[in-house]
Every structure is written in C-alpha cells, then in structure tokens.
Design a binder for this molecule. Sequence first.
Ligand code: FEO
Ligand code: CA
Ligand code: CA
Ligand code: CA
Length: 643
Amino acid sequence: MPQFPTDIVINPSANPTLSQILASRRDLLKGGIGLSLLGLFGGVAGCVNEPRPASTSSLLGFKSVAPQTDPRFDRVVVAEGYSARPFFSWGDPVLPGAPAWRPDASDDWQAQLQQAGDNHDGMHFFPFPDDPNRHGLLVINHEYVNATLHPNGFTRQDGKRPLDEVRKEQAAHGVSIIEIRQDASGQWQRVGESRYNRRISAMTPMAIRGPLAGSEHMKTASDPSGTVVLGTLNNCAMGVTPWGTYLACEENWHIYFVNRDQADHAQRPSHARYHLPNQSDPKKYQWDTADPRFDATPDPAQPFGGQVHEPHRFGWVVEIDPFDPASQPVKRTALGRFCRECAVASLGEDGRMAFYSGDDSKGEYIYKFVPAGRFNPTSKTANRDLLDEGTLYVARFNADGTGQWRALQVGENGLTPANGFPDQAYILLNARLAADHVQATRMDRPEWVAVHPRSREVYVTLTNNELREADQVDAANPRAHNLHGHILRWREQNADPTATEFEWDVFLLAGENAGTRDANGQPVAPNLAGTINGDIFSSPDGLAFDAAGRLWIETDYGDSEPHNRNMGCNQLLCADPASREVRRFLVGPRGCEITGITFTPDQRTLWINVQHPGLSFPASDGVSRPRSTTVVITKDDGGVIGT
Ligand code: FEO
Ligand code: CA
Ligand code: CA
Ligand code: CA
C-alpha cells in the first residue's frame, strides 16, 4: 500500500554549517588542540577502514540475530532464548465494549474511536506501585494512518475526501492508554474492562497553556479564546516526566493543512518556514476537502481569518496524565513549536531538569527546554504546571568538539523587536526562525534522544539526510549524501542538565562495515561506509537506555532500497556505550520500521512497536491486512532483557 511521505521537508535557511566550519576544523586539526580532542572523542571519521576489535562487551549477553534479506520475510525474529509475541494491534478494542476489529477494515469511525489507532510509535509503560513489574498502563502513540485503514484505501469523490473516511483517519490518530497485567502463567494480558483505558484522537479537546495560551496567534473562528484545540497529530516519539505524565510529541503536523493563498503563505513564516502545503496535494490526506478546520487559507469574512491560525495549534508537546482518565490533555507551548520527534527528560540531583527534542526534518535543529522550577518528588500537584515556564535553547555544535545551548529568549542572542522578534510568543511559535537567527547547527534529521541513566550523557539519532552536499558537511554532520545516518552524543558541563556548554562527539556512523565491496567489487562509496563495531544497520531512529546502561537502537529505512540491501529488514540493536560494540537483537517483518521501546522496572519485559509492516504481519498468511503491532518480548528463563 502506498504511504504518504512525512519527512520530505528541508531547512531552507542559509546558516553556515558548512564549508567554512570544515575549514576551521581542518585548521584546528593541524595544531595540537585538535589532535588531542580527536583522541579524546574517538576520531570517528578516521576509523572507517580500521579493523574492529573482537567482542569485549560484558553488557551484551545475547547472541546476534542474522540480517533478514528475504523480500517476503514477514515475522519477528528475536535473539535465541527470547520470545516475542504480538500484543496490541491496530483495531484491537481499547474502550470497554469496543467492537472487534474487522479484517476487511469496514469498521466505521465511531468504532475506530474505541479501538487501537494506526502506526504505533513511541510508547511507555507506567507501573502501578503495588505490583510494578506485573501491572501497569501502556501508553502508545498512533503516528499517522495508512491506506490499509479503509477497505479501498484513500478514496476521493470529485476531488474531495469522503467525510466518513476523514473522521476514521482522525480517530486512528493520537494515543491509546491500556491497562495491562501479567497473568498467573506469566503472560501479559490487556485488561478489557478498565476505567483507565482511553483513546485520545485528532478530535479530543485539549487545553493550550503556557505563553501562547489565549494569544492572538492561537485564535480561530472555531475557538475565539485561543485556549482549546481539538486533537493531536502525528505523535511520533515521546517523553516521560519525572512526575509520571506522558509527553506525546507532534511531528509532521503540517501535512494535514493547506493555505492556498500564495501571497499570504509566503509572508507568513509560521506557515512557510514549516512547509505547510500551499496547494492541495493528492499525495497528502487532503482533510481540508472534508473538514474546513484543516483549510488554513485566510478568510477575511470570518473572525480571526477563519482557520488561518489552526496550524499554530500543532507542533507542541502534549502532556497526558494516564492515571487520571478524566484529565484533559494539555499542549505546553513554552517548549516551542516545530516538527517535534520527542521530549526526553534529564533530571539533576537538585530537581533541575532539561527536556531534549529533535526537529526531524532535513537540516533542522536539536532543542532543549529547561523549566524555571524544580521537580518536587513529594507532591504530584506541585509539578503540574512545571512545563509552562522556562527557557527554550537550541544547540550549536562547534568544530572543536565543544558546543553551546543558545537561548531562544526575547532580548537575547539578537532576538529583538528590531530583528523581527517582537515577543516570546512569536519566538516560540516560530522557533525554527529564531533558531535560524542564532545560527544553530543544521542537523541530519534529529530523531530520538536518550539520556544515560548514570552519567547523564545524551545520545541522539540523526537518521539520514541525502540532501546534505559536500560543501555543507560539518564536524557534527560529517558525511555528504548521508544515506545511513549517525548517532552523536554530548556531555553537559558538570553533567548539569541546565548547563549552556557541552562537549560532544560522534558515537558512530551507520552503514556498511569496513572492507565491504559493492556489486562491482569496488570498496563501498564513502557516504555508505560506516564505523559500526559489530552488526550493520542504516537510519537509526528509536533510541533508549535500559537501567544497566545498554543503548537500544531502532531503525527506520527503506528496506527495499539497494543501498540498504545488506541491512535486511528493519531491526532493534543493542550497543555498549563504552566499547561501542553493536549487536542485532531483533528483526521485524518486511516493510516495517521498528520503533517505540519501553521496559518493566525490573527490565524483564520489553515492548517494541512494528510500525507499518508491508505484507501481512501479524498474520503471516500472506493475505491478511498488515497491522501495526506492539510486540512483547521476554527472556525464556525469566531473566533481564539483553543479558
Ligand atoms: Fe516520525 Fe521522525 O519519525
Ligand atoms: Ca514512525
Ligand atoms: Ca521516528
Ligand atoms: Ca524515521
């Protein structure tokens, strides 16, 4: 089934990433400082053709899984001694009394609103304190919808999408919350009749809080108050707060809208800089043809120009309290608006913290938000609105291995009214524009962030960017036509999440192993050669540390593209941060991406998501409709995952 592209936009700003930075790095490397830094940080670019050492990791206790290159591969294979089984698929009942999923996809939108959404992505297991390793709430993002959602795919009548289809698509977006528990035999089960079970969709009312609440930028004909928005869109990765709430993040929300007024679109950075379509595109969902809320073309006859501000109400972090099913989700505008992959917390000893986010588009930025207040571990209510006040920063990676967080704060770093930044609301709404202005570093599509549980070292996946040209490489994005992506890491000064200075290095470049030959017997092209010490992969996306400090890496690449042929189907790997050894733990069915990752506190159960499988998974009968599915993984001897 065809899928809509969701990650095709690029940062058009003219920030130098770039050849002069590379030149300055070369100058540095001629001197002793650069050489010593290179030694300290591993000197990744120079390692491409060096032999890799034999296995040294004591963290990786499992046997590697082979890559799966069969074009009809349609199951999950996991390391020997482990079991993986489908746990929660698109269409499975969520609300008590929800209808069973129909294999012909004939469920209507009201049924879909009670069932699991499509395209499971980021997720988190929230344990109940009384039995934390056997009982909890699983919260799962539903990023977008595939044509498999409908019996006949996405249809149009006279160029318009049928409203019933659009409503079903809106119902299949958002978040599922399900209560789950282990039965007496040790199998995880979903609790059908739970008061916690909940579906949040693209139609669920949610509050707008923080600096943009009630702002002129947020008012629409449907919501003159600018404080209540319907729904959340394109929830990709996520975050979890220290006070036990879930942060759903809005990634490629722009593709759901259109502003057909070319002149207005061009002069409105909150649309143009975010690549809102300026014409109706049959390759996109075209919800505007059925639901006027998604037509952001200004209409002077309506209050507040109609829905021209509706796209301002997406691109945020949505805070959800899974333990309070009556609570309204809240969009926290202090964290800024972009195509946000994730919002991952790092907590210092004194309660100060940071939330890290990637803006996953080609050449976009890495951000962190530092709340003004501190986490209070003794009172849940004291933390309730901590995300409404604080400072948003954007990362600048210098060629010498140092870096800075530059505040996107009115009056600082040239973000002044004279330079076109009148107030903080405008800066947060147009965070990309502000980041351009402070000369942040344009990255190769930042996706997930993971924070080491002890050192607080921060890792980020840079999934790929084939559009980076040779004269645009920099130290932090060192490959032109970066088809395989890389993983970068940094250490905040004094391991303080709120620091404004850090040191960084490239953890690995994904791609083929050293010495690999292409189909013509030639050494693999430089942009395809990686520095992986172990099992190969492309396009790292999902990323998480377990409690012992193993780094789990999930991939999202086109498994039918020739440059990914040797990688096989998408996969879950595990890395030792110290030795940098990487080992393949699991491979998914053809056409899927592996994403979402969460553990029980005792680390003996792992859940991952198989998103948009291409054939018939989880049925493996070759005819059934493929379904995005949460997979539960345990070790057959009941042990800790990865050991
Ligand atoms: Fe939805 Fe950037 O992955
Ligand atoms: Ca995804
Ligand atoms: Ca992703
Ligand atoms: Ca991805």
